[in-house]
Design a protein around this ligand. Sequence first.
Ligand code: ARG
Length: 466
Amino acid sequence: MKMWSGRFRQPLDPQFERWQRSFEFDRRLLRYELAASGAHAHALKTAGILSSDELIQILQGLEGIAKLAESEEFLADAEAEDVHHFVEKRLAAAIGETGYKLHSGRSRNEQIATDLRLYVRAATDEMRQQLADFCEAFILRAGESGDAAMPAYTHLQKAEPVLIGHWLMAYVEMFLRDAERLADGRRRLNLCPLGSGAVAGATLPLNRESIAKALEFAGPTANSIDATSDRDFVIEFVNTLSLLAMHLSRWAEEMILFSSHEYGFVNLPETYSTGSSAMPQKKNPDLLELVRGKSGRIIGDATSLIVTMKGLPLAYNKDLQETQEPLFDATDTMLGLLPLVTGWMKEMTLEFERMENAAQTGFMNAWAAATYLTQRGIPSRLAHEKVGRAVQICVDKKCELQDLPLEELRAIEPAFAQDFYPCLKLESVLAIHDVPGGTAPNRVRQAMAAAKKKIEALREEVHAHA
Ligand code: ARG
């Protein structure tokens, strides 16, 4: 039976009928549809619409559908308009006309809004777990690199030496922010639209508080018009994913760059690389390239969502159905790639010696040299100028600052003394960045400990939701 045939004299154009259906993609919401239906059934019983007997029949019917949902055959339904229609049909087939009582006082508009919130909530929890794993892989690598250094770049030009651990922990900060943004969205979406009806609120005295509680929402949504037309939580979620994807893309880009022969900092794991069908020597960073590529797709999904929403008057419009596929695509794409990038991070290796050597050339101690003068009372602008002149001499001589004899330095500035040379050593340069968030080894270790705590708290939070 159709959900709305009474008013119509003519059947739908068959092509249109097929084209407007959403069951092909919204069937993935089945478990949420069943959970929400169970909660609604309980409320109908309390409101006096269902007898105890009918409630039990309906709940058992819903359970039966959940069990059968494992089989593809059961789900292959060419008539179901959407997941809501599918459940109604199957319930009526299983328990008879009582099945049709389940739809009392509710609308598909509130159902889809609820199913999608439940879907995004579950995806959020899963993704936060995956992000915790990913961050842990970085921290593991950071721990392994001890006090080894590498160049840090600005404008992609050598800037200052940093601990390899400091570089890796920069990514942890980015991904932990993403995990936090996910949690933040979760807090906002965790309200239950059920009881909002089609637009004006339920026509039966349903206890919205207890429906919300049964589905582990913090409470019911506040306005039925908003609740049935709101997809902010979808947009927020996919935009959070697009930010995360952008971070992953930057990470991938840097790993690709650092794995090139010219840098030679990163060894690509064979388990996640491919060869060339033409050039026998090649090992290509396919995983990283695909991550960079898929980020474009997720950012596209976010754009598609906001464009779909921008012209819609309140409240429900069928256009809203078009928000599902970009959501599912972005979610699938992200859930599929996060375990892979974690695997990659665990398998890749770093060329410590090469990185450390690179950290000691290219005048990356020049700021430390200027700081030496600043500490001896030279105004920093002048100190900068004088060290710049020393660098100029080195460029001509093709040497580093520490190779200049003291007389030459003193000719530029008499404040230079023998104790200048130890200040130029890599360890000293690293050690002077001794501020919270800086690259001094003790600071990096502090940052690692703080990140570990955050991850622990994140895991506990996700666990509490499970
Ligand atoms: N499949 C629809 C969607 O995803 C369900 C809601 C349909 N509501 C309606 N009034 N036609 O948006």
